[in-house]
Design a binder for this molecule. Structure first.
Ligand SMILES: [Zn+2]
Length: 65
C-alpha cells in the first residue's frame, strides 16, 4: 500500500521533500495552495533491501514511537 497525505487546508496531494542538511529536515508542501510543514532534523537509517519492505517500515515506525 502507498499512502499519500493530503493538504489539511485544501485536500490536494502533498509533496514530500527533504532539505539536504545533515541530518536532513523533512518538508511536506501542498501542490495547490501555500500550505507547508517543516519537521525537525531526522536521523538517517540505512537498511538492506528486502522484498517485504512494508513490514520493515512498520517495525521502524514502531521503534521510534
Ligand atoms: Zn493545500
Amino acid at each position: 500500500m502507498i499512502i499519500i497525505e493530503t493538504c489539511p487546508e485544501c485536500g490536494a496531494d502533498l509533496e514530500y521533500l527533504t532539505i539536504a542538511t545533515y541530518p536532513p529536515i523533512p518538508v511536506k508542501r501542498c501542490t495547490r495552495c501555500s500550505w507547508r510543514w517543516e519537521g525537525k532534523r531526522e536521523a538517517i537509517i540505512r537498511i538492506p533491501f528486502k522484498e517485504d519492505v512494508i513490514e520493515i517500515n512498520q517495525d521502524i515506525t514502531t521503534d521510534n514511537e
